[in-house]
Design a protein around this ligand. Structure first.
Ligand SMILES: [Zn+2]
Length: 152
């Protein structure tokens, strides 16, 4: 599932008349495909530019032909291990892992998710800018996960 992410909104002059409230100045918004829309992302992009505020948003949506074509062009080494919110890779034991469940053998552990950035391919790829009309600060990431054992 690709996702868009923007992190900024710390420039310009005072505006808005909102009360000084540190809690409200740093905000993260996440949303899945059901709520993703052009209007939502434009609104979040506008909010992210409020002076003195920081807004990070992450919106996911289903893969389309545009994303699939870009993913097909991503070289294998461009996929990075996806880290969870605590900064750790989510791993599971390989079927052929050794008996020591706390070992550090690379062959005994399988990373379950990887991530890569598609922004460059979608903005400047052979098909031209496929994100025209979307905020310029928006970045697109794709995440892939291994199927869980036993999943069909
Ligand atoms: Zn081992």
């Amino acid at each position: 599932m690709p996702g868009a992410r923007l992190a900024d909104g710390d420039a310009g002059s005072e505006a808005g008349g909102e009360p000084e409230d540190a809690f409200r100045r740093r905000l993260m918004v996440t949303c899945d495909g059901a709520g993703a829309s052009h209007g939502l992302i434009e609104r979040l992009d506008t909010l992210a530019r409020w002076p003195g505020h920081q807004l990070i948003y992450s919106v996911g949506w289903e893969l389309g032909e545009r994303e699939r074509a870009s993913i097909a062009q991503v070289p294998g080494q461009a996929w990075q291990i996806a880290l969870e919110h605590r900064g750790e890779a989510r791993e599971r034991r390989a079927d052929e892992a050794c008996a020591d469940r706390r070992c550090v053998h690379p062959r005994c552990w399988i990373e379950e998710a990887h991530v890569t950035e598609l922004t460059g391919l979608l903005r400047e790829g052979p098909s031209g800018d496929q994100l025209a009309g979307w905020p310029t600060a928006m970045r697109i990431f794709a995440r892939r996960e291994r199927p869980h054992p036993g999943a069909s």
